[in-house]
Design a protein around this ligand. Sequence first.
Ligand SMILES: C[S@@+](CC[C@H](N)C(=O)[O-])C[C@H]1O[C@@H](n2cnc3c(N)ncnc32)[C@H](O)[C@@H]1O
Length: 495
Amino acid sequence: MTKALQMKLACDDTGILSAMQEPPAGYKGLSGFHKYWGKKPTEAWRFLIANLTERNDIVLDPFLGSGLIARECIDLQRRFVGFDINPISIELTKFYLGLPNYKDLRNAIEKIEKNLKSIINKMYLLPNGSIATHFLWERDQITKIWTKNGRNRVEVSLNWDEIERFQNIPQYKPKSLRDLHLFDNSRINAKESFSLADLFTPRALYAIDLLKEEIEQFDGSTKRALLLVLTSSVGQMSNMVFAISKRGKTKGKEIDRIEVGSWVIGYWRPEQHFEINAWNCFENKARKLLKAVKESGEQKQIYISDTITDLLRGNGRTYISLGDSEFLLKYIPSNTIKVILTDPPHGDRIPYLELSEIWNSILATDSNYADELVISNAKERKKDINNYNKKLNLILAECFRVLVDNGLIAVMFNARSNDHWNSLNELNKIYKFDYIGCYPMEYSACSVVQDNRKGGLKTDFVLLYGKNISESSKRDITNTFKNIQGWSTKYPRGA
Ligand SMILES: C[S@@+](CC[C@H](N)C(=O)[O-])C[C@H]1O[C@@H](n2cnc3c(N)ncnc32)[C@H](O)[C@@H]1O
């Protein structure tokens, strides 16, 4: 454990970790390297792990998401079991558990650069010999082309024929990605008919295909890291990067400036959008990851057990599996887990698999839409609140079964309407979970996704329950948590 972390974990007189009273630091370095929807701050996990578990305890999270919780558990010498239905989530978790060796990653990036940079850049080669960094599109017309002179952006003027050459390129069908599978969902601007060709230019698709094929030649943690570099950079390679118009003054003159936005969430294709040089997008992310891996220092590879039985027998420190938790939890024997820390999909804000479709198409893995726990506006999916509540109940019933007596479950949750709180509200009634209390969670609202509170209360809550919990354990936990600002033994309410 680093010194800084030890200091953050130092308890004050009342046993409360001071870290919880401070705003989270945000997602930097490794934790900020890849986008994931609904990421929770690592401080929040660290706090729960440190307060509710002891060294070598097994922590279970049936809704892994970004996988940051797994890394926190391992750093604090706990064992960990995690599931998620989203393939990208499992790749991210395995990445955090087995970071690539810095030199191997650097050599791999250099090799990719040697083999592909000039091939990809040829597609952006301008008549003056420079390489285009950005095309600004208005519908299907290129209206501006930028290149770079040193660090400065330079606009290049081309005649109509020259522009045509960049604008009208034949379609390209990628060989190494699987086709998109989306649904009509106006909330995220998705259409069932969308193919990769609707979201990327043929130029970008060709570059992505080349990069994917090149990455396939590596193996182990280097290959996984490179694939994640690719998935993390494709948003910026797409036709979904909006343009920001700004009015400003230069040397007293009024000027209109256009800045490059970013791909944020969903499948909105702005009429005015940027196409960014695909090599630059990949290289930027690769350099950022390389820096983060270097800063994280020498890392031990964490042995991931082949089966849950292996882990329970003491072989390995983690077990990670892709799939539906309702099904996977059945492999865990009853009364074996001391603590579950989890953050299920809440309310109707984030259709995880639909939003991750481009990433999963690059990984060439199928999306198991049928078993996802979610409320989706895509009517075809028939994922409404009733079947959400039913499924969450079944999963929580399994959680109850696998917990030992006096075992604890901390659930992060946020929903605006009381209907959405129902599954949790029912917990004490149906499964005899004892409700201990809840507290609001400091949130690093660094992204539009996190900040988009339509369908959510302002803050997330952490709700604590126990299984057949003794009065003395309940008292101990209450004494630890009651000094957190906002701690309450009442239930949070929807609006
Ligand atoms: C709120 S997110 C978790 C975010 C995570 N705590 C983090 O900090 O990144 C909920 C997760 O549940 C997953 N999920 C949805 N249905 C599932 C199911 N049936 N089984 C397992 N995971 C599921 C989603 O893919 C998503 O990653």
